[in-house]
Design a protein around this ligand. Structure first.
Ligand code: 3H9
Length: 697
C-alpha cells in the first residue's frame, strides 16, 4: 500500500487516511492509494463502513495540477471515484479546510459527507481553464440542482460548509476531532441501518425545474461577461448532459469536454498564472532563516483615497492603524472616508454593520508624528514629490521607534533617495499599493539598495497578512508595472495619431481580454496624471525618444477625463458610460499633421502588436536589469494590477506563446520604421537567436 494513503480498521469501521502535503492533491500515488484502500476495505468481511479523512491543513484540494500536460497515468481520477461510488459499504468523507475540484469529486462519490463548520467546498476548475472532469458536472447537479450547480461550476467560487449543508452537499456540520466525528457518524449510519447511497443514482433534484431555461440564461450571462473564455461554455454543456443524458453517457460527455479544455492554450495560461502567483512571493536570494519582525500596529501618512485604502487593508487584517494628517479637519475627513468606504460594502451586503464598527474601531486619526512613536510599520502615501517625501521621512526618522519599518507607497520616485532622508536606510522599503488599495490585490514590494533582508522578509510577510499578491521588485522609474505601462500608453496614443480612434483601440484590447481599454483607463485616472509623468519624461528621456502630444492638446482644451466630463470620451453628468467625444477628432488630426503622419485604417493585429509588444520589450529590459526576479513575476504584476487577461497568462507568457522570435522580428521592424524607443531589448534578441523562451530563464 502507498505511504500517502493508509488503511486501518477501528472495530468494524475502515479508516482511509490521505497524507500528501501540502494540500493532499490527487497525484498518481494518492489515486492508486485510494483505489487500493477502498478495494481492500470493500473486500474485508470485518468492515461494515468506510471513513475517508485527510491529514494536514485541508481535505483534498483537487487533482495535482503539476500533472496536467504530462502523459496520463492509471488509475485516472474518474476511475477512482467510480470505484468509490460503486462500493456496497456506506462511505463517509470527512471534510476540513477546502474540498476543491477533484477533492470534492471524491467527496461526492462517497455516500455521505460531514464537514467542519469552517470548511469550504467548490469546483474551481474553470479558473484553470478546465471543467470538473471526474464526475463533478454530473454529480453536483444531482445534489444541488442544475441552476445552483451551474453557478458554482461556472464561477468556480467555493461555498462555506453551512451553505453546503443547507444545499444537501454535506449531511452534517461538525466541530470536534475529524476522525472521531467520522467514526461516530459511520457507526450511527450502521445503527440506523443505512447503507450505500450513491449520488449518481439520484434524479430527484433534476426534476420539476426549468433546467433548459437555467442553461440558456447561464450561456447568455457567459456571452456577456466572459466572452472569449474557452471553458465556461463547456462547463455549461457538461452540466446540460446531467439532465439530458443517463449518468454513464453524461460522464462520457464530461470527459470529452474536459479533454478539449485540457488541450486549450487558455488552460496553459491559467495554470501558469496559478503557479506564478505562488512563486512570486519567494525571494530567491533571501535566506530561509531570515527573521521576520512582528507587526502588531501600523501608521499611514496621508488620509487621501490611497492612504485610507491602505489603512483599510491593515484594519481588515485586524491590525490597529493610525492615519496621520496635517490638520484635525483633514484627519476627521480621512476617518469619514474610511467609514464611507466600509459603508458601501455594508450597502452591497459584503460586510455587516457589526464588522464595520469592529474595523472602524481599529482605525484612528492623529496629527502629530510623535503619535506614531510606537507603531511597527508606517506607510507613507503623500503627494508624489521628492521634497514632500523628504519632510515625511525626516519626521518619521525622528519619531518612530528603532526597528519600525518605514515604507513608501511611491509609484515612481527613487526609493534609494527617499531612504537617504533617514539615518536608517536599511529599515526603508517600498510598499507600492494599487488604487483602490483596499480592492486591488497587487503589492509591489520595492527593495532599495540598502533595504535589509529582515525588512524585505517582513514587508513580504505584511503583504501576505494583508492578503495581497506581493511581488518583490527593484528600484527604477515606475518599478515594474508603471515602467511598462508607460510604453503601452505611449504606443496607444501614437496609434491615435496614425489613424485609430479611442473606441477602436479600447475595443481591440478589450477583445484581447484587457479589463479596460487604455483610453477608458486614462479618463478614469485623469489625464493630468499621465501628463505630469510625460512632462517629467520630456526632460529625462533621450531626445530621439519621441513622445505623443495628444495629452497636452487635450489638457489645453480642458479635457481631463471623467473628472471634467470630457476626455477621450464624453460622460453624461453622474455617468461613467463613455460616449464618443465629438471634439476629439480635430485634436487627433492636428496631432497627426504636426507629426507628419498620414492617418490610415489600422488592423486589430497591428494594434495588439504595437501595445502588447511594447510591454514585452520593456519587460525584457526589466528582467535583464534584475528589477524583476523572473519573467513570471512580471506576468503576476500585470495580471493582478493592470487587468491583463489571465487566460493570456501575462505579457511574458504571451510572448512565449506567440514565439519570442516572431515578437523580436516585429519589434525590429518597429525600430526601423518608428524610432529609437523601439530598440529591441538585448535579452529579447538573445532569446530569439537562441530559440529560447522567457520560461526557460
Ligand atoms: C481538478 O481537480 C481537475 C479535476 O476536476 C479532474 C481531474 C481529472 N496541485 O495556494 P497555496 C500547491 S483541477 C498541485 O499557497 P493556500 C501550491 O502550488 C484542481 N499543487 O496555499 C503551493 O505550493 P508551493 C482544482 C497544488 O493555503 C502549495 O500547494 N483545484 C495544488 O493559500 C500551497 O498552496 C484547485 O484549483 C494542486 N491542486 O491555499 C485548487 N493546489 O508551496 C487550487 C495547491 O510549492 N489550490 N498546490 O508554492 C488552491 O486554491 C489553494 O492552493 C488552496 C490552499 C485553497 C488549496
Amino acid at each position: 500500500m502507498s505511504d500517502v494513503v493508509t488503511l486501518e480498521r477501528q472495530g468494524d469501521i475502515a479508516v482511509v487516511t490521505v497524507n500528501n502535503p501540502p494540500v493532499n492533491a490527487l497525484g498518481i500515488a494518492v489515486r492508486e492509494g485510494l483505489q487500493n484502500c477502498f478495494k481492500a476495505a470493500e473486500a474485508d468481511p470485518e468492515v461494515k463502513a468506510i471513513v475517508l479523512v485527510c491529514e494536514g491543513m485541508t481535505f483534498m484540494a483537487g487533482a495535482d495540477i503539476k500533472e496536467f500536460g504530462k502523459p496520463p497515468k492509471s488509475p485516472s481520477l474518474p476511475e477512482v471515484v467510480a470505484g468509490i461510488e460503486a462500493g456496497n459499504k456506506p462511505s463517509v468523507a470527512v471534510i476540513h479546510g477546502t474540498a476543491l475540484g477533484g477533492g470534492l469529486e471524491v467527496a461526492v462519490s462517497c455516500h455521505y459527507r460531514i464537514a467542519r463548520k469552517d470548511a469550504k467546498v467548490g469546483l474551481p476548475e474553470v479558473k484553470l481553464g478546465l471543467l470538473p472532469g471526474a464526475g463533478g458536472t454530473q454529480r453536483l447537479p444531482r445534489l444541488v440542482g442544475v441552476p445552483k450547480a451551474l453557478d458554482m461550476i461556472v464561477s468556480g467560487n467555493p461555498i462555506g460548509a453551512p451553505e453546503a449543508f443547507e444545499l444537501g452537499v454535506v449531511d452534517k456540520l461538525i466541530e470536534g476531532d475529524l476522525l472521531s466525528e467520522g467514526i461516530a457518524f459511520a457507526q450511527q449510519l450502521l445503527m440506523d441501518g443505512k447503507g450505500a447511497r450513491r449520488t449518481g443514482e439520484r434524479t430527484d433534484k433534476l426534476e420539476g425545474v426549468d433546467n433548459a431555461g437555467a442553461v440558456a440564461a447561464k450561456r447568455a450571462e457567459i456571452e456577456k461577461k466572459m466572452p472569449g473564455l474557452f471553458s465556461p461554455q463547456r462547463c455549461v454543456s457538461a452540466v446540460e448532459a446531467s439532465f439530458t443524458l443517463p449518468l454513464e453517457e453524461g460522464l462520457k460527455r464530461e470527459r470529452e469536454l474536459f479533454g478539449e479544455c485540457l488541450t486549450s492554450p487558455q488552460r496553459g495560461a491559467l495554470v501558469h498564472a496559478f503557479f506564478s502567483e505562488r512563486q512570486a512571493s519567494k525571494v530567491d536570494d533571501l535566506p530561509k532563516d531570515t527573521p521576520v519582525r512582528e507587526i502588531k500596529s501600523a501608521g499611514v501618512i496621508g488620509g487621501g483615497t490611497m492612504g485610507v485604502g491602505i489603512a483599510i487593508c491593515f484594519a481588515n487584517a485586524g491590525i490597529p492603524v493610525k492615519i496621520l494628517e496635517i490638520s484635525s479637519e483633514a484627519r476627521d475627513k480621512a476617518i469619514d472616508r474610511a467609514r464611507d468606504t466600509y459603508g458601501m460594502s455594508v450597502k452591497r451586503g459584503s460586510l455587516t454593520q457589526d464588522a464595520l464598527e469592529k474595523r472602524m474601531g481599529l482605525i484612528s486619526g492623529v496629527t502629530d508624528y510623535a503619535d506614531l512613536g510606537d507603531v511597527d510599520v508606517v506607510v507613507e502615501a503623500v503627494f508624489e514629490e521628492m521634497g514632500v517625501k523628504q519632510k515625511v521621512f525626516e519626521a518619521l526618522d525622528a519619531n518612530c521607534k528603532p526597528g519600525a519599518i518605514l515604507a513608501s507607497n511611491t509609484s515612481s520616485l527613487d526609493l534609494n533617495k527617499i531612504a537617504e532622508f533617514t539615518k536608517r536606510p536599511e529599515d526603508v522599503v517600498g510598499l507600492h499599493f494599487f488604487s483602490p488599495a483596499n480592492v486591488m490585490r497587487l503589492l509591489e514590494v520595492v527593495r532599495g539598495e540598502k533595504t535589509s533582508n529582515e525588512v524585505l522578509a517582513t514587508a513580504m510577510a505584511i503583504g501576505k497578512k494583508l492578503k495581497k499578491v506581493s511581488v518583490p521588485v527593484g528600484v527604477c522609474d515606475g518599478f515594474v508595472g508603471n515602467r511598462m505601462v508607460f510604453q503601452y500608453g505611449r504606443e496607444s496614443e501614437f496609434l491615435l495619431e496614425e489613424g485609430a480612434t479611442p473606441a477602436q483601440v479600447d475595443g481591440v484590447l478589450k477583445k484581447f481580454g484587457m479589463a479596460m481599454g487604455p483610453f477608458a483607463m486614462r479618463d478614469l485616472s485623469g489625464l493630468d496624471i499621465g501628463l505630469a509623468i510625460r512632462t517629467r519624461q520630456r526632460q529625462t528621456l533621450p531626445a530621439e525618444y519621441k513622445l505623443p502630444t495628444i495629452l497636452d492638446k487635450m489638457a489645453e482644451a480642458g479635457m481631463l477625463g471623467q473628472k471634467t466630463g470630457k476626455g477621450f470620451y464624453v460622460y453624461e453628468p453622474g455617468s461613467r458610460t463613455p460616449q464618443e467625444n465629438p471634439d476629439l477628432p480635430p485634436i487627433l488630426e492636428a496631432a497627426s499633421k504636426e507629426q507628419g503622419v498620414e492617418r490610415q485604417q489600422l488592423s486589430d493585429e497591428y494594434i495588439i502588436e504595437r501595445t502588447i509588444y511594447a510591454l514585452i520589450n520593456e519587460g525584457a529590459k526589466i528582467l535583464e536589469e534584475g528589477i524583476a526576479q523572473r519573467a513570471s513575476d512580471i506576468d503576476v504584476i500585470y495580471l493582478n494590477g493592470y487587468g491583463f487577461p489571465a487566460h493570456q497568462g501575462g505579457p511574458m507568457f504571451y510572448a512565449d506563446a506567440v514565439g519570442v522570435d516572431r515578437v523580436y522580428a516585429k519589434i525590429c521592424e518597429f525600430h526601423d520604421k518608428l524610432g529609437a524607443w523601439w530598440k529591441p531589448a538585448p535579452l529579447l534578441e538573445k532569446l530569439a537567436k537562441e530559440g529560447r523562451k522567457f520560461a526557460d530563464l
